[in-house]
Design a binder for this molecule. Structure first.
Ligand SMILES: Nc1ncnc2c1ncn2[C@@H]1O[C@H](COP(=O)(O)OP(=O)(O)OP(=O)(O)O)[C@@H](O)[C@H]1O
Ligand SMILES: [Mg+2]
Length: 304
């Protein structure tokens, strides 16, 4: 039985092996491998009470793979199912905050204050979004100082875990939007989380970083957080029309099997539009394919 890291390593030996021999994509099947995996999804059960939350880190050290987009839209889709959701922006770029219409640069207090000041709690800095039931802990460039300042703290990896304890009982899910690095902030997210969702863009270079990410997750699990698990790998920016995309997806499924969500997020210009609109796709374009995909993902997450 290969370990996850071995599976990931085999998934990244693409250019010289199997379907990738010779002309890129030549032997690929015309069948859409994502569609072929589709099974009916269970209808989520209604809840009678809330909390304590399952904490999920949305993590991939590669930039621009759909972490922030998936955090916002999975969060909004879970709220549609009657769940209370807290989104944590753990990226100094503040894209999650901006994507929800929050002018992050103008905020005096953000996640940075909750992490670094003993007298400030997460409840002090969290905001309500325009979507009822969806709350946000915002971030801005101030957070970039935390990476350096945390180094000298006692139990520096557990800082986020500690501050989350105060609000966990109020929510059903806490989703943490990580920055594209495997630094101390991301290790804090992995230490606080029970699950990791890895958004993965369907292209060859995305696969190369997965082995390193899985290795980091394994180390955090071993040394800091034994209950950490990879909840799933989410294929993003999927385009069934390209052979390359279909091949990469097939290799990911070969390597990770059922850890790959059956839901795939199609590439569509609707997502960049939602950032400008400052709201989730489920409210901006409720009947779009993208909104439907994140609703399906929510069903998968709720069924886990
Ligand atoms: N399915 C999609 N189809 C098309 N564009 C997308 C899709 N998902 C995300 N995008 C766009 O791709 C860009 C990167 O997405 P996003 O910010 O979610 O990635 P990220 O992994 O959070 O990036 P970073 O590593 O910089 O934090 C954004 O402009 C976003 O609007
Ligand atoms: Mg992001």
């Amino acid at each position: 039985m290969p370990t996850r890291a071995e599976a990931a390593a085999s998934a990244v030996t693409l250019p010289s092996q199997g379907a990738f021999d010779g002309e890129m994509g030549a032997p690929a099947s015309r069948v859409d491998p994502a569609r072929a995996r589709q099974r009916p999804l269970p209808t989520p059960k209604p809840l009678s009470s809330h909390g304590p939350a399952r904490i999920i880190a949305m993590c991939n050290q590669k930039g621009g793979v759909g972490k922030t987009t998936s955090t916002i839209n999975l969060g909004a889709a879970l709220v549609e199912q009657g769940r209370r959701v807290l989104l944590i922006d753990l990226d100094p770029q503040g894209a999650l905050s901006v994507g929800l219409g929050v002018p992050a640069l103008q905020l005096d207090r953000t996640i940075y204050n909750a992490l670094m000041e003993r007298q400030t709690s997460l409840a002090d800095v969290r905001l309500q979004t325009r979507v009822p039931g969806l709350d946000l802990v915002p971030s801005n460039i101030d957070l970039s100082a935390a990476e350096v300042q945390l180094v000298s703290e006692v139990a520096r990896e557990q800082t986020l875990l500690r501050v989350l304890a105060g609000v966990r009982s109020e929510y059903d899910y806490v989703l943490i939007d990580c920055q594209p690095s495997l630094g101390l902030l991301t290790v804090n997210a992995l230490t606080a989380a029970q699950g990791v969702i890895i958004p993965l863009e369907c292209e060859y270079f995305s696969l190369r970083g997965v082995a390193l990410l899985v290795d980091t997750i394994d180390k955090v699990k071993e040394r800091l957080n034994p209950s950490l698990a990879i909840d799933g790998i989410l294929a993003t920016m999927y385009d069934a029309r390209t052979v390359h995309c279909r091949e990469v997806f097939s290799r990911v499924v070969e390597a990770f099997g059922d850890t790959v969500y059956q839901t795939v997020i199609q590439r569509t210009v609707r997502f960049p539009e939602t950032t400008v609109a400052g709201q989730p796709i489920t409210t901006w374009a409720p009947t779009s394919t993208g909104a439907g995909a994140y609703r399906d993902l929510a069903k998968e997450v709720l069924a886990q």
